[in-house]
Write a protein that binds this ligand. Structure first.
Ligand code: PMV
Length: 367
């Protein structure tokens, strides 16, 4: 635990409620909880963490939760007969035991045990499934860490019967953040903000909040069609990528720009200007990729087919004047964002001109 984070928690935001201190349990000794959590796609990207702190962003970010792209996790718990200091966990992914996920989960448990002291008292079996390919640039760590955080909070709810719903979600977001930064945004549906921004009331670095301002109806009915161009695991993990921002020569300007883009997005969301929205999210996506391309060492996440798709989208937009825009995550896949009213035309474009560049497509409402 970093001293200044602890200080922030206890005194600035008065989050001491996040600590669980009860010694005796009134829980059944065995049980199972099941939770579903969305993936999310950032419009303003989180890229870069504060040094020597656990998952504290260097700029605020905002995402859409993806209603149809999600993880379902079952957390089976058995109260240990004798208390031991070690965590005890087995992980099954799509029905198969997967020991490769254990180190990440143990690290997560270690980080959150400060706030969930009961974790060491149980044996856990985690059974998890995604509706989308693992490690393909679709935020699998966001939906899986947030689903696990929600399951843990469901156990806490059994321990503390008076737990209120807003506290449940806030602490779930706080815990999820400690597993994977962007996971804290997956706790809520719709538009979700994480990270302090002076113009967003309630925004903070420790957990995400639902976007608190007026949103034009056009932005409540958006679709994300994900063009999966590459299903292979990424060459560089996002934690390594965040770290590279510490020495990126353009990092300072990037954080300033993200801050300004958030300011712009607030008014775009209010007035419903789709063209400005599109220009802003494409700029954000390319800025994220520019950061990884200019890091030391440098990487290129885009594949030739990523570029083929981007050029086709620009051409199609010019010719048809339809509102279709792209954003990118930390990978080669392309997210096409458009209002539901445009779906018929866009599906035609995808079928005729884009499908040949993709391994598969995944469709989701941004809700
Ligand atoms: O949550 P992490 O550490 O995997 O970071 C992911 C960051 C991006 O997905 C690239 C952008 C974002 O804001 O989601």
């Amino acid at each position: 635990m970093r001293i200044n984070e602890l200080f922030f928690i206890l005194f600035v935001l008065n989050l001491k409620d996040f600590f669980y201190r009860k010694k005796k349990y009134s829980i059944d000794t065995n049980g199972v909880v099941t939770k579903k959590s969305f993936s999310n796609i950032a419009l303003i990207k989180y890229w870069g963490k504060q040094k020597n702190k656990i998952q504290i962003p260097l700029n605020s970010s905002i995402s859409y939760s993806l209603e149809d792209v999600y993880t379902v996790t079952r957390l089976i718990y058995h109260l240990k007969e004798r208390k031991k200091r070690n965590f005890s966990v087995r992980v099954f992914f799509s029905g198969k035991e997967e020991n490769r996920f254990i180190p990440k989960i143990l690290e997560f448990f270690h980080r959150i045990s400060f706030y969930c002291s009961y974790l060491r008292d149980f044996h856990f079996v985690i059974e998890t499934e995604n509706t989308f390919p693992h490690s393909s640039g679709i935020a699998s760590s966001a939906s899986s860490m947030s689903a696990l955080a929600l399951c843990i909070m469901e156990i806490e709810r059994k321990l503390v019967s008076s737990l209120k719903e807003d506290f449940f979600l806030r602490k779930a977001s706080f815990l999820a953040r400690l597993g994977s930064g962007s996971a804290c945004r997956s706790i809520y549906p719709g538009l979700v903000v994480w990270g302090i921004h002076k113009s967003i009331k309630g925004s903070n670095n420790l957990y995400a909040i639902p976007y608190p301002y007026q949103v034009h109806p056009i932005f409540t009915e958006m679709v994300d069609t994900i063009l999966v161009i590459d299903e292979e695991p990424k060459e560089i993990s996002s934690s390594k990528g965040h770290q590279l921002m510490n020495n990126n020569p353009y990092a300072k300007e990037r954080f300033k720009c993200a801050h300004k883009n958030m300011e712009r997005l607030i008014s775009i969301l209010k007035v419903g200007d789709l063209q400005d929205f599109g220009e802003l999210i494409e700029h954000e996506a390319l800025s994220l990729h520019a950061m990884i391309m200019t890091s030391h060492p440098y990487f290129l996440w885009m594949k030739p087919n990523t570029l083929n798709v981007l050029y086709k989208v620009w051409d199609f937009r010019k010719q048809s004047r339809k509102n279709i825009y792209f954003t990118l995550d930390a990978g080669a896949n392309v997210h096409l964002l458009y209002p539901i009213q445009e779906k018929k035309f866009i599906m035609k474009l995808i079928d005729n001109d884009l499908l040949s560049y993709c391994k598969k497509i995944i469709e989701s409402f941004c809700k």
